[in-house]
Ligand binder design. Structure first.
Ligand code: 3PG
Length: 207
């Protein structure tokens, strides 16, 4: 699966942190029932790798990416777990090399023009823009569009449901990511109805 195809399937990508494996299946079902096709599951908890398979079994059409990937070992473990694509918060030279060598669909994270150019040199034209709001948000993305017209961004970090449409209106934004669709508290509380409602709202947002 290419990153272009994945980005075509989603305007909004929920960023998920799953603390207990039991949450994986009902969470996947709620997000898919709300109409979302693509998720980023962060590699920040002990059960994150196991959760990939559980989510895909529960919602077979869901495209599950592994986020918070920081090393070549993380890439290998994520692929072994069945992740469809990789997302990183930043992009070190070693990580970019490992991503390029693996050939896996990926959104390397960048926050500046130099980082975006380094990622482009490594062969990546679709990038996570993180931490979006703290790194300059919409004004920064508008400024990057002129000198870097070939690149598209998936801004993530501090983006609320209210701000998401303004990001999606930018020509160089392919999709937005955020944890507001399924927060840690909602997941821990098993609030699947709320998550499905948020997913439906997010799925209605178009580029
Ligand atoms: C991420 O991991 O990409 C961000 O921490 C998600 O950001 P948010 O919680 O501010 O939406």
């Amino acid at each position: 699966m290419t990153i272009d195809r994945i980005l075509k399937a989603a305007s909004v990508i929920p960023v998920l942190e799953i603390a207990t494996i039991d949450a994986a299946a009902p969470l996947a079902v709620a997000l898919a029932a709300g109409g979302l096709r693509v998720v980023e599951l962060t590699l920040r908890t002990g059960c994150a790798l196991d959760a990939v398979g559980k989510m895909k079994n529960a919602a077979p059409d869901l495209i599950v990416g592994m986020g918070t990937v920081r090393s070549a070992d993380d890439i290998a473990a994520s692929r072994k777990a069945g992740a469809d694509f990789i997302v990183s918060p930043g992009a070190t030279p070693a990580l970019l090399d490992a991503l390029a060598a693996s050939g896996v669909a990926a959104l390397p994270g960048v926050a500046t023009a130099s980082e975006a150019m380094t990622a482009e040199e490594a062969g990546f034209k679709a990038l996570k823009f993180f931490p979006a709001e703290a790194a300059g948000g919409i004004a920064c993305l508008k400024s990057l569009a002129g000198p870097l017209p070939d690149l598209v961004f998936c801004p993530t970090g501090g983006i609320s449901a209210e701000r998401a449409p303004d990001y999606l209106a930018l020509a160089n934004v392919a999709c937005v990511g955020g944890s507001w669709i399924a927060t840690k508290a909602m997941i821990e509380g098993g609030d699947w109805d709320q998550i499905q409602m948020n997913a439906r709202y997010a799925a209605g947002m178009k580029r």
